[in-house]
Design a protein around this ligand. Structure first.
Ligand SMILES: Cc1cc2nc3c(=O)[nH]c(=O)nc-3n(C[C@H](O)[C@H](O)[C@H](O)COP(=O)(O)OP(=O)(O)OC[C@H]3O[C@@H](n4cnc5c(N)ncnc54)[C@H](O)[C@@H]3O)c2cc1C
Length: 530
């Protein structure tokens, strides 16, 4: 029997769970748009038009790597026909993890995940795990780790210099619960440019729920209510385990070793090429009526202007900015120095590509809504490489297992609710890096408010050295009198990220381009953050 793909039908390429109320009818017999269950695991029958075509993917973060994965698994494309371009010299983008015990480790991002990362698990069930026998996937490894070592926290909220605050209740009154439920029922179109603090009452923004939610997802009160609503829909099931974080699952190691390395192995073994030191800054397009076809990628390769030709049948996936672009680094003695403009990232930035696309047509959205206010989108994280000290002793008190046991330690972030910076810290399963010595622990710290003086250090966090941030942390843990001993045994590496919450900045319909902008024949835009 021959199966022929029907080419006459135009497929809807981008589903939108909140644009309308989803329902089944004669003209819609598909499952709900956000469902990634077994029914969605069909392999589309190839229309026979793949051989000879090439895919150009800009960005080797998880979005770009996933695009390559699906082009091979579901699109039937040969790996050798796929090239990924990246401005950096390593794959993974924001999913990073680097360093060593001497200089200190660094992870810009912590990692919280849940069972409903449907697309991620769909992909990783088909990617070989690096430390399991042939045939076992990254998902198999993840389940093995988490089923045997469940995540939970016994100190999710703290205050008053080292005391655990009661976090057993969300603390929402009936009217405050209604504020949430009304938001869930609001139409997406009604929320253009509305901020969180414009919608919620002042009392709501002081509840346990809001401390738990905002610190978990890094929402600022001045950011998009629409994004907050979408996260509510996305993570509603996590509410049950929100207080003690028992709704979360964590990888064995940092995100680079747990996800990026196996996925890159998978792709490279199938012939996918990655070209580093290549920053794309524009796309040439042939315009024919309403149809746009990319004909070339303009890029700086090792700083040299280069044109990469794109054939009419080739496809291009481009990333619209990155949350870790322009990261400024610091250490124990040096505060980070931002190199990006506060309202314009400049032409040497990854944002230049989207900026130049947006100049061509409104179908490419308004990138300035996302990069244009660094004071509203930035925050800082700090990775601590710790030898035994009073900090580790305090950690043992707050941990659900011995930090050196290889099992869950803090069980997710611990947030200081009376911290002027809204500071949090976490210690994930150790070792966090495969080569980490057995007497070293890696701790991750971050804070949300970048313009307030600390409670102990009278400076805003971005003006502080690692030593000063460590002092602020020790103050909130009630061990500042032992600071010298802590400093002697701890290394801090700082990462100030100007666009880390760019995707949460207030926005209206059309500011974000569609994944396939109207009329684009061979271009899809990847978007940072699921
Ligand atoms: C501090 C922090 C905490 C986080 N916490 C969580 C969490 O708990 N749970 C969760 O699910 N997610 C979390 N995330 C988000 C998650 O890491 C990102 O959403 C995801 O990694 C983004 O992937 P991406 O591929 O879209 O972009 P990125 O990973 O940012 O990758 C972008 C890549 O593309 C390259 N690039 C960009 N533009 C160009 C260009 N024009 N030319 C060439 N190369 C280009 C960059 O060099 C980079 O390598 C967190 C991220 C951070 C940093």
């Amino acid at each position: 029997m021959t199966i022929e793909a029907k080419s006459a039908k135009t497929f809807q390429v981008e589903t939108d769970a909140t644009a309308t109320f989803w329902h089944n009818a004669a003209d819609n017999t598909l499952p709900p748009p956000d469902m990634m269950g077994a029914y969605m695991r069909n392999r589309p029958v190839s229309a026979g038009c793949v051989p000879g075509r090439k895919a150009w993917i800009i960005g080797s973060g998880v979005a770009g790597l996933a695009a390559a994965f699906y082009m091979i698994r579901d699109g039937g494309m040969a790996g050798e026909d796929i090239t990924i371009l990246d401005a950096m010299h390593i794959e993974g983008g924001s999913l990073d993890g680097a360093g060593n015990p001497e200089d200190g480790y660094i992870i810009r991002g912590g990692r919280e995940m849940n069972w409903n990362y449907d697309n991620l698990w769909d992909m990783f069930q088909d990617v070989q795990a690096l430390e399991l026998p042939e045939g076992y996937s990254v998902l198999d490894e993840y389940r093995l780790v988490n089923d045997n070592d469940p995540n939970f926290s016994k100190a999710r909220l703290m205050h008053k210099q080292g005391q655990i605050r009661d976090f057993s209740k969300l603390g929402l009154s009936k009217p405050q619960q209604w504020e949430l439920i009304r938001l869930m029922l609001r139409r997406k179109e009604d929320l253009d440019d509305v901020t969180i603090k414009q919608y919620f009452s002042a009392g709501f923004l002081e509840t346990n729920f809001w401390f738990l939610w905002r610190s978990m997802f890094a929402f600022e009160n001045w950011q998009s209510l629409l994004e907050m609503k979408l996260y509510m829909h996305r993570f509603l099931d996590a509410i049950d385990g929100l207080t003690d974080l028992s709704a979360l699952v964590f990888p064995k190691y940092n995100q680079y070793d747990s996800f990026v390395r196996p996925l890159v192995n998978h792709l490279k073994s199938r012939g996918v090429k990655v070209q580093f030191a290549t920053r794309a800054y524009d796309l040439d397009m042939a315009v024919n009526g309403d149809v746009r076809t990319v004909t070339a990628i303009r890029a700086k390769v090792d700083g040299v202007d280069t044109t990469i030709p794109v054939a009419p049948d080739d496809v291009v996936y481009a990333l619209t900015g990155s949350m870790t672009e322009g990261t400024a680094y610091g250490d124990m003695d040096n505060a980070p120095v931002l190199e990006r403009g506060r309202h314009d990232p400049g032409d040497e930035s990854d944002w230049a590509l989207w900026k130049n696309l947006a100049k061509k047509s409104p179908i490419f959205g308004k990138p300035e809504k996302f990069y244009g206010d660094v004071d509203g989108s930035m925050w800082e994280s700090v990775t601590l490489t710790c030898r035994p000290s009073p900090l580790v002793d305090k950690l043992k008190e707050l941990a659900v297992n011995d930090p050196y046991s290889g099992k869950t330690v803090t069980g997710g972030i611990i947030t200081f609710t009376d911290s002027n910076w809204v500071m949090s810290f976490t210690c994930n399963r150790q070792p966090h890096f495969p080569d980490q010595p057995s007497d070293v622990l890696v701790i991750w710290v971050y804070a949300l408010l970048m313009d307030k003086e600390g409670n102990f250090v009278k400076k805003p966090m971005p003006a502080c050295t690692g030593r000063e941030i460590l002092a602020e942390l020790c103050y909130h843990l009630g061990i500042e009198d032992q600071l010298d001993e802590v400093v002697k045994n701890t290394k801090a590496r700082l990462a100030l990220m100007p666009y880390i919450t760019a995707m949460f900045m207030p926005r209206a319909a059309g500011d974000r381009p569609h994944v396939v902008p109207a009329g684009c024949a061979n271009l899809a835009l990847e978007r940072d953050r699921a």
